[in-house]
Write a protein that binds this ligand. Structure first.
Ligand SMILES: *Cc1c(COP(=O)(O)O)cnc(C)c1O
Ligand SMILES: [Zn+2]
Length: 388
């Protein structure tokens, strides 16, 4: 609502927010949305939230869409932050929560990014959207594009979980399966988009999916009564949610809602695809592509991320870290979380729990710290992983 301009995340140069934009013209890096927070603060107060709808649109003043009539919604966001006392007790942890993102439309947190991206596409009068996806972004785009009466052109690896492929087809999307990875799908979209008249909504290659995902940060703070946890474990592919939360913390500090303390942010990846873990360990600013990437946690199968430097910045300045876990360990963790807490987590969510065990064993996370795990989708979308 109070969007003023976009800025390049590498060099800071301002860009026009009244036109559709992809990456920055200056550096070909992600663009961030900037707001007049002083103007927003006139109506956007902690008190004002008490009576608002239980969706991420409760944070309306710091979301980009100009007119309410352009909002394309399926009721996304404000998912429960579930206490996990039995899992916590098992590890003598003081407090542990699961942010259950499976409870979004399309059963993954990709709904957050797509509600804002598709709403902005509507504001700009765009009609044909395209996306390369490891699975859940495709399902979310298919649903929100259908809701908006737009075309969705979707490119996914051939071995994407069946549920994602069927979901896209049943939402009326144009689905192309590619023999390759999400990076190959991205190359296909880039090659064809101009001739086909598609607008590319690849994560962090348009400015507004990150705005939807940043609401994770607002929700955590609101649900913890305007405090933040000590530690956040985030299953990382493109990193949009991690980068988005980090941005939200800064906005909330400028609004005077929180102080300068930040959670320690941890990226969780799979052994078979860990570009950020490697770059973090090597002290690099950017992350090299992880060649021959493989993991059954399809949301983590992102060998190269355009927002790599933003993630690495957040991990380092929060004094967090980056952990990779083997597929077998993460899949085995599903049953542990399920049997103790009643949540059928996705492999990506299970990976966070597997990583927590690693961090506790190494003494990197202490039992007296408060910890939030992200469950970003549901095991029901990944039945193949459980012999289904
Ligand atoms: C996309 C996805 C991720 C990774 O999210 P990013 O914000 O792109 O890092 C994690 N888990 C699931 C289930 C996903 O679909
Ligand atoms: Zn730049």
């Amino acid at each position: 609502m109070h969007l003023t301009h976009l800025a390049c995340t590498l060099c800071g140069q301002a860009h026009d927010a009244t036109l559709p934009q992809n990456v920055s013209a200056c550096c070909a890096k992600p663009l961030f949305a900037h707001y007049d927070l002083a103007a927003a603060a006139r109506t956007f107060t902690k008190d004002s939230l008490r009576t608002r709808a239980k969706s991420l649109w409760r944070y309306r003043e710091v979301l980009p869409v100009r007119a309410d009539t352009d909002i394309v919604t399926l009721g996304e966001g404000f998912t429960p932050l579930l206490p996990a006392p039995r899992l916590a007790a098992k590890h003598a942890l003081r407090s542990l929560w699961i942010k259950d993102e499976a409870q979004n439309p399309t059963a993954s947190f990709k709904a957050r990014g797509m509600t804002t991206a598709v709403s902005m596409a509507k504001q700009f009068g765009l009609k044909k959207l395209a996306v390369p996806s490891a699975g859940n972004a495709a399902g979310a785009l298919a649903a929100y594009a259908a809701r908006a009466g737009m075309e969705a052109h979707i490119f996914m690896p051939r071995d994407t979980p069946r549920a994602n492929i069927i979901e896209c087809e049943q939402m009326g999307a144009h689905v192309t399966l590619i023999a390759g990875l999400i990076t190959d799908c991205g190359a296909e979209v880039a090659k064809r988009k101009t001739a086909e008249g598609w607008f590319d909504v690849s994560t962090l290659k348009e400015p507004y999916r990150a705005e939807g995902k940043k609401t994770l940060g607002y929700e955590l703070a609101e649900q913890l009564n305007w405090t933040l946890p000590d530690v956040i474990l985030y299953p990382t592919g493109g990193g949009t949610g991690l980068i988005g939360m980090w941005k939200a913390f800064d906005e909330m500090e400028k609004l005077g809602w929180i102080g300068s303390a930040r959670p320690r942010m941890f990226t969780v990846q799979a052994d078979g695809c860990q570009p950020i873990v490697r770059a973090f360990a090597a002290g690099e600013k950017f992350a090299a592509e992880h060649l021959h990437a493989t993991t059954r946690a399809s949301g983590l199968r992102v060998p190269k991320a355009i927002g790599d430097f933003l993630m690495l910045d957040a991990l380092r300045s929060s004094r967090g870290g980056a952990v990779a876990v083997p597929d077998d360990a993460m899949i085995a963790c599903t049953r542990e979380v399920g049997a103790l807490e009643g949540v059928f987590v996705a492999p990506e969510g299970a990976a966070c729990y597997a990583a927590l065990k690693t961090l506790l064993a190494a003494g990197t996370v202490q039992p007296e710290e408060s910890v939030v795990l992200f469950n970003t989708s549901t095991g029901l979308k990944y039945l193949e992983c459980y012999g289904g």
